[in-house]
Each structure stands twice: as C-alpha cells, then as structure tokens.
Design a protein around this ligand. Structure first.
Ligand code: GLN
Ligand code: ZN
Length: 758
C-alpha cells in the first residue's frame, strides 16, 4: 500500500497560538521555557491532526519559531559576526535579533533582509555569507524535533532545506557566488544526516525547490557534487522538488544518488511521464497530487489516475502520495469555518482536508470500497461547482467576450493628456502628494471592531469615519500638500475592503496563512465570477472632495494585486479572473470620474511579485497583467489623471511593462535604495510622471528636511523636473500622527526649498 506523507504543515496554529506566544515572549511577559512549551504543544497537536487525518508519516523540523531558512542559517552558524556573541550567550535572543533586529540591552543589531519564498506570499530571511564563511553545526534542532516526535509515538520524517537551495537563497556580502561555498557546507550536512540516522530516522526529506528554476551548468554541477557527498551518510533521502515542473532539470534530479524523488504534479501533472522515464531503478517516487498552494477540493479522479500510472511503472512499494508542497501556504482546518456559505464551503479543502484527500486516494488505489465511494461523491461536488450560478455569471461572460479591443487605450498620448491636466489642476512644479492611507490608530481599529460586533451602529461608525477623514483633509491642507487623499480610514485591508464588496469573493474567520514570522494574512478566496454590484469607494471620495477645493485622489487597489493576494479559483486561467476584476474596477473608475474625482490612483504593489518562477513565462504574465491594468484605468478622459503605486519592486525586468501601463504618474519606493531603483526608469527614459518616494515609511524615524533635499537632488539630476512628483515611499497607515505630521512637514519644506532653486 502506498504511504501518505507530508512535506510540511502550517506552524502558526489554528488560532495563531504561536503568534500570541511569540508576542508575549517579545514583550517579556512569558519566559523562554513557556515559549518552548507553547511551540511543543503546537507541534504535538499538528502531528496528531495529521495522523488522524490519514498521514502515515508526519514531517518534523518543518516547524520554526520564525522562519525555516533562518533556522538553517543558525544551524550552520551562517550568521553575521555582529550577531554571533549574542547567539552564543543567549541562543533564543540571538535568533530573534537576526529575525527582527535588536536595539536594547546594549545591542544595536539589524535584522536580516527578508524576501519572498519563491512565488508564494511567505517571506524568508536571507542568510548573509562572507567569502571566507566557515560553517559548523550549532544546536540540534532537527535531531531534537525528530526525537520529540519519535518519543511521542509518531512515525516522523525530518525535513531539511537542501544545501544547494540554501546557498542559492542566501547572499554573499562581498558580492561573490554563494555556491562557491558548497564544499565547505557539505560536511555539516553529512554530520547532521549521521546524527539523524543514529536517532533512528528511516528517511529524511531534503528540499531542493531550486530544481524547478532555470539552472545553469554551474548549478547542475553543484547538485551533482552535493548529492554525491551526501549519498549513504544517513537515512534514506527523499529529494523534494516543488512549485513547478523540473523541465530541463528532470534528468539531473532523477540521476542524483538519492532514494526518493518528490515531484509537483499539481502545477505540473504532465511531468509524470518524463519523471517515470528518467527515474533510476529502485528509487521511490513521491507524487504531489494534492495542491498545497490553493484551497480547492482536489480532482481526486485525476490524482488517482496519476497514482495508478506511477504504480504500474514502479509497483506499490515505490509510490508515496503527498501534497505538491508544504501545506504551510494554506489555512489549517476548514471545519473551523462555520460562517462560510455552505455551498462554497463544500468546495474547499484546507490542510486537514487535503490530508484526508490524500488518504482517500491512497485507499482507493488499494481498492477500498469506502474510498471509491468517497471519490464518486467528490466528483459530484466538483461537477456541481463548475456549473453553479454562484460561480458562473452569463451576463458578465458575455460582456467580457464582446469587449471592444481598444478599451484599454487612453484617448490621447501622455504629452497631450498632461498638458490638459496641468491646465486644469494648476499644480506647482514638483507637486506633493501621499500614497493613500493615514494612521490606522488603535481607536479606528476599535471602532471597526465595535461596528462589526454591533456595538456601534452604522450611523455612528459612519460619522466617526467622516470625522477622521475630515481631520486628515484638514491636516493635509495645513501642511500644504497639493493633491490630497481621504486617508482610507474605512479600510481594514487594501484587498479585503474591495473583496468584501465584490461578488465572487469569500472570507474566512480563521484562514490564517503565515506571511513572515508572527505575521499572518487571511487571503480572500475568489470562488466565482467577479462583479461589482454597486460603487465601492464613491461615497468616501465624494465626501472628502466636498471638504476641499484641492484635487482629491480616488483610491483603488488594482486588479493584479487583487488577484495575487487572494486564493484564486482553479477552474479558469488566472488571466480570465483578473479580467473580471479589472472590468469591475473599471466601472468604479468611471463612476469616480463622473462624480468629479479627477485624479485616481490604482495601486499595484503586487504586480511584480506575480512574476512566474521561470523567465520563459514572464512575457505572457506581464502581457495580461498590463492589459488588465489598462482595462481598469484607461477609460477616462484626457483631463483625468491616473496614478499608480508600486512599492517594494525592482524595476529593471519590468520597466517595459510599467511603461505600457501608461499611468500618468507612477509612485515607487526609492528612499531605502537611495534612489537606485530609479535607474531603470532613467535608462528607459520613462516618459510619464514619476513620484520617487523620498522617505521610508517602515521606520518610526522622522527624516530631516535636508535628507529629503539630498535625495530629491539625486532624482532631479536624472529626471526631467516637470515629470517629478514628491511623495513618501508608501501609505502611512502603520505610523502615528505626530510622526506623520513631522515627516510630511519636512517633505513639503524640502520641496519648497527645491522649487526656489529652479
Ligand atoms: N494606498 C495604499 C496605502 O496607502 C497602498 C498600500 C501599498 O502599496 N501596499 O496604504
Ligand atoms: Zn506601497
């Protein structure tokens, strides 16, 4: 019978218990032992849950107090020298100093940089390596967690991040190639595998997700050297690949001297044939047949068909069934969602349900009657979902099918538009603005919670929001900002706020997914055709505009960001779903314009992060992403000014796409890179307006006027003065009012100083 295994499980806990424990510990309200207890009880609960749901073997060492890549950096002592003394003296304090920085107790330690884990919304800490990096084993987390599970009676498989992926995900502070350090790192792995074997581990899972990326010859060579060195030094090795097809790396992966290979058959079912053909005799194949990246019930027939093909080729004993990747990227348990519409709920599977699905496939493969009946029931639910009126809206489909081809084109080119806009708005040179949100204070969050709980009536809540909005407008006028915003006080979150008002979106109560460390998000679920029953932002933009003669920006989240920060339906291409969102937002843009809002900002911070993992797929993604933005934005008259905002992006690879969006003004985050991120725009001779962020909003530090003047001089040296706007890096919702006032005052005064020089 085929074994059901898991590559990893969420760590944070159904009710974010780990987050609570971490925050208590960071505030000094519980000690290290209490934190360790909380973590151990979560691990225990999750192993139990996985086993009860049908897993034959549970993953261990997938758990982390903050981040698994950081765990490996610490495990191999690959930490900056600055942090090592604290790590030696107090390992837990040192660990969190690497994760979050530390400015207390006589320490001034910065946090490691954070970046996205492949194309997920999980962020890992980037290990920093030096040219003469030495590695050694520090601590015994993998072995200790294996023993913990073993002693509690679980069949457990330790998970390690593989040496080549670990190095590729790290950076060298001297700019050198991290892979050059491979030979120094490998002895640590050999030693660790030996320890795991001694502790009784039968298998170890070694993750090499980089095997699904475009790899050069040097990387291929690194893989061969690494796994030759690891062969037969420990337990049997299951080499895990995920987040896509092995493609050109299939022969390499299948030729490495390991005992098992895990492949992603959710994203790349078609690779099964090539993998079966390439697999070495005796190798076990782990089939990732249930999607670890989304929340839909699986097509169990398809999963069973794949499993049967593998069994025919390899025999029962050499086939394992698993989710495509770690279940880290999905919420824990659908059973906790009591408020979802029952029909929508019947279509969903979270981590627990995904394990049950794997059990069903394994049992059906073994011919169990009950599992075969369960398969038939699942087939019926899936078929009904695809035809449900909740999912399919014929009128919308028809509208989309008959869209005129030039709907995404502005009436005139930028030069003509900007001339009209300048005449209409009569703005000074170097106009100032902000990115949208103003402080979301504790009081606002409380008012929202009270409103949700029914303790504050609609009228009272509305009046409260009006007062906050009016206050923000007044402050901006006092500061002398040129183009104002309403402050976004009515929004809980930039995606959720819109999703809640659109058809086709569902929201969970406990659908938490870890974003980084203790931070979690609850991504909305797009289950059906997206449509806008009525205007969404008109009321607040109109109210705010009524308070001031200055231009008030309408504020929308763009279609690509709405898509990329949600769980997306799996029954039609992402591009089609995005077009539906774009059309709904287009109607909002046109309603705003008709109501006299003449500057409209459409935020797309997630456009770049949606880039596919393989370069070959970039052009197709960017083509539909840009098309969707244009569809949303470009129905307006020449005199209406479209802004877009894209923070934390590196623009070199996507500058053509940004230009093709054809927004009148794009604001970007440039202060932390000291305007370096502008280079792409300069080299491209980006023709439209651009607002390079002049101060970092992530830090409570209030920047001085002179710092901003400096940064602006750098920008003005390379950009045409007439194109430049002045704004912070991003929205101000995480800051408090005194900081915001002081920083914006300095920003306006820096702008005035520069205007006088012109
Ligand atoms: N308008 C949003 C805000 O100001 C933009 C947020 C973002 O780019 N992440 O908060
Ligand atoms: Zn931003």
């Amino acid at each position: 019978m085929s074994t059901v295994t898991l590559l990893g499980f969420p760590r944070i806990g159904l009710k974010r218990e780990l987050k609570r424990a971490l925050e208590l510990y960071w505030r000094g309200e519980i000690d290290a032992a209490a934190l360790a207890d909380a973590a151990a009880s979560l691990r225990r609960r999750h192993w139990q849950l996985a086993r009860d749901a049908g897993a034959d073997v549970v993953p261990v060492n997938d758990f982390s107090l903050y981040d698994h890549v950081l765990d490996h950096a610490v495990l191999f002592d690959a930490v900056p020298d600055s942090h090592r003394p604290l790590l030696d003296a107090d390992p837990l304090a040192g660990y969190f100093a690497l994760a979050r920085g530390r400015q207390s107790g006589g320490h001034d330690l910065r946090a490691l940089e954070m970046t996205k884990w492949f194309d997920t919304n999980y962020h890992y800490l980037v290990p920093e390596l030096t040219g003469d990096q030495a590695f050694r084993l520090r601590g015994d987390k993998p072995v200790a967690q294996f023993k913990e599970a073993r002693d509690a009676g679980f069949a457990a498989r330790p998970v390690l991040l593989g040496p080549v992926s670990f190095l590729r995900l790290s950076k060298r502070v001297d700019g050198g190639d991290p892979l050059a350090l491979l030979d120094r790192l490998l002895p640590c792995y050999v030693e660790l595998l030996g320890q795991l074997k001694d502790a009784g581990a039968q298998w170890v899972q070694i993750d090499e997700p980089c095997l699904v990326l475009d790899l050069d010859a040097a990387a291929h060579d690194a893989y061969r050297r690494a796994y030759d060195a690891l062969a037969s030094s420990g337990p049997r090795v299951m080499l895990a690949t995920y987040f896509g097809a092995l493609d050109d790396n299939v022969a390499l992966a299948a030729s490495l001297p390991v005992d098992g290979l895990h492949v992603d058959l959710a994203r790349a079912p078609e690779q099964l044939a090539a993998v079966l053909a390439a697999l070495r005799p005796g190798t076990t194949l782990s089939l990732g047949v249930v999607d670890g990246r989304n929340v839909w019930r699986a097509d169990l027939d398809r999963a069973l068909a794949l499993a049967r093909r593998a069994r025919e080729a390899l025999g029962d004993a050499r086939v394992q069934l698993s989710a495509s990747c770690s279940l880290l990227h999905v919420p824990i348990d659908l059973d906790a969602e009591t408020a979802l519409a029952p029909l929508v709920r019947s279509w969903l599977a979270f981590a627990r349900q995904k394990i049950e699905e794997l059990r069903t496939v394994a049992d059906a493969l073994a011919g169990h009657e009950a599992a075969i009946a369960a398969l038939a029931a699942a087939r019926g639910v899936r078929a009904a979902r695809l035809l449900s009126p909740l999912v399919v809206k014929p009128a919308l489909r028809k509208r989309l099918a008959t869209l005129p081809p030039d709907l995404g084109d502005r009436r005139s080119g930028y030069a003509e538009r900007v001339a009209r806009q300048n005449a209409a708005f009569a703005l000074p040179v170097l106009p100032t603005t902000t990115i949208g949100s103003f402080p979301q204070t504790q009081a606002i969050r409380e008012a929202r919670a009270n409103h949700r709980a029914g303790r504050l009536s609609d009228r009272e809540y509305d009046a409260y929001l009006e007062r906050e909005t009016a206050h923000a407008v007044r402050v901006q006028e006092e500061l002398g900002i040129d183009v104002l915003v309403h402050g976004e006080f009515e929004r809980n979150d930039m995606v959720e706020y819109f999703g809640e008002q659109l058809d086709g979106y569902a929201f969970t109560k406990l659908g938490w997914v870890q974003s980084y460390g203790s931070r979690c998000v609850k991504p909305p679920i797009i289950y059906g055709d997206v449509a806008r029953p009525k205007p969404m932002t008109l009321r607040w933009s109109r109210y705010a505009q009524s308070l001031t003669p200055r231009p008030m920006k309408g504020m929308l989240t763009g279609p690509v960001t709405m898509l990329n920060w949600s769980f997306v339906r799996d029954d039609q291409p992402c591009a089609d779903t995005c077009r539906q969102i774009a059309l709904a937002l287009r109607d909002e843009v046109l309603d705003l314009e008709a109501a006299g809002i003449r500057v409209i900002q459409i935020d797309e911070p997630a456009l770049r992060e949606g880039l596919p993992l393989k370069r070959a797929d970039w052009a197709a993604y960017l083509a539909w992403a840009v098309e969707c933005f244009r569809l949303t934005a470009n129905g307006v008259a020449d005199g209406t000014q479209i802004h877009t905002h894209m923070c934390y992006s590196e623009f070199n690879d996507i500058i053509d796409a940004v230009a093709a969006m054809d927004a009148d003004v794009v604001s970007i985050e440039t202060s932390r890179s000291r305007m370096e991120l502008l280079d792409a725009f300069v080299r491209f001779r980006y023709p439209n307006g651009i607002g390079p962020g002049v101060y970092d909003i992530h830090s409570p530090r209030v920047p001085s006027r002179d710092e901003m003047v400096d940064l602006l001089r750098k920008a003005l040296a390379v950009l045409p003065t007439g194109n430049v706007w002045i704004n912070p890096d991003c929205g101000l919702k995480t800051r408090d009012w005194p900081e915001v006032r002081a920083a914006l005052e300095a920003m306006v005064s820096a702008t005035q100083a520069l205007r006088e020089e012109l």
